[in-house]
Design a protein. Sequence first.
Length: 434
Amino acid sequence: MVRILKLSQLSDAERAKLQKRAELDIDNALKVAQTVIETIRERGDAGVVDYVRRFDYEGATVENIKVNEAEFERAFQLIEPEVKTAIEQAFRNIQEVHRRQMPEEIQLAEIEAGVFAGEKISPIPNVGLYVPRGRGAFPSMMLMLAIPAMVAGVERVVVCTPPDKQGNVEPVSLVAARMAGVREIYKLGGVQAIAALALGTKNIKRVDKITGPCSVYGAAAKRLLFGTVDVGLPAGPSESIVLADESTDARLAALDLLIEAEHGADSAALLVTHCEQVAIAASEYAQEYLQKLPDWRREFCEAGLAAYGGIILTDSLQQSLDFVNEYAPEHLELLVSNPFAILGKIKNAGEILLGNHTPSSMATYAIGVNAVLPTGSFARSYSAVSVYDFLKRSTLAYVTPEGFEKLKETTKTLAEYEGFPAHKLAIQHREILL
Ligand SMILES: NC(=O)c1ccc[n+]([C@@H]2O[C@H](COP(=O)([O-])OP(=O)(O)OC[C@H]3O[C@@H](n4cnc5c(N)ncnc54)[C@H](O)[C@@H]3O)[C@@H](O)[C@H]2O)c1
Ligand SMILES: N[C@H](CO)Cc1c[nH]c[nH+]1
Ligand SMILES: [Zn+2]
């Protein structure tokens, strides 16, 4: 049985543990990350290679950690036709969604007569994408990161993704990268990837921003390198809430509970409902569906559901909604009778999926919405990856002679008040010079 927790009977400590998810366990990874970062800072490429050898591929060398043309070609030969077709449909939908996000390059509006203000949008020049590969292959994540970066017009897109024990990058991820136009890929995972991208080495030029989901090791490295590089949204261990009411088909609730649970023992998958019958039935069905998974995925589910997940039984739909908003899940499925009726009440969620035909696996692979999402309650302030992660805004202003007349006294007065005489002088002299 998947555990059922009665919300009103949880202690403050139990609620806090649920709320914190696996973020509780980052301390050990921080120690490891600190050592790896310091070594790479001192020894550059040689340090990077040492850690690839230690954690991923014993045969790594400075020369073979960059994916070469022959490896891309081999990946195209290896990909199964039906997987290629699936990647192509996913590619089209992700590209369409992200193209629609692109703002106008220049926006300028007349704020008062002769005073124009707005912004100019430009791509971030150098971006590093982290595509995980520990407890699964993630070509979908390659698409979710590389497509918005390319649509945004990033000049240099670099990818790091871990190699397997034989030194190979997962081939479908290479095909996905090439379809998106990525050419520079390093076989690096975890801390060594984030450190190489953030600090730069002789062979790997540093980037301005790193984004992409990762396990606790990459997350620890990002935390330590915050300040050296823009580390993007916190996208850690997968998590989800399936919200159910009395109308919910408990089989669907159970199936969807397992979607994010199977990522790892650190995943947090919750079913939240005020309906006890649905809770009990979903718990039983989940037990049944768990038997259909391979042992290692089932064990992930069991461990994660026991530590950070399970079924939360509330007193009312309103209490369920309050819990959802407090928790701020990465994925939220509204498996209720009328999802649109409660949509307005959802305040914090990385992704909101409406109704029985929109499971989070479909959003992850095929719909086109971005599946790189904030975790660990950061959906309170962060958003899904989008073209905006790869763009920056310069404010833009243009003042005509008429506008200058309108603003000059205000500018001088405030410059005087704040004690900045050169600020004031620039206005006073213009009155004479122009
Ligand atoms: N939030 C999102 O949008 C999102 C999307 C996809 C995946 N995810 C999450 O991303 C995570 C991906 O994790 P993963 O493990 O599959 O891949 P990963 O690529 O993040 O981790 C593998 C790397 O971890 C490093 N590593 C492993 N053991 C280590 C150790 N003992 N010490 C130091 N380094 C070590 C290795 O270098 C390896 O390359 C999962 O938690 C998954 O749930 C989140
Ligand atoms: N559900 C993950 C984001 O939490 C993304 C993913 C990719 N592949 C499988 N799942
Ligand atoms: Zn997933």
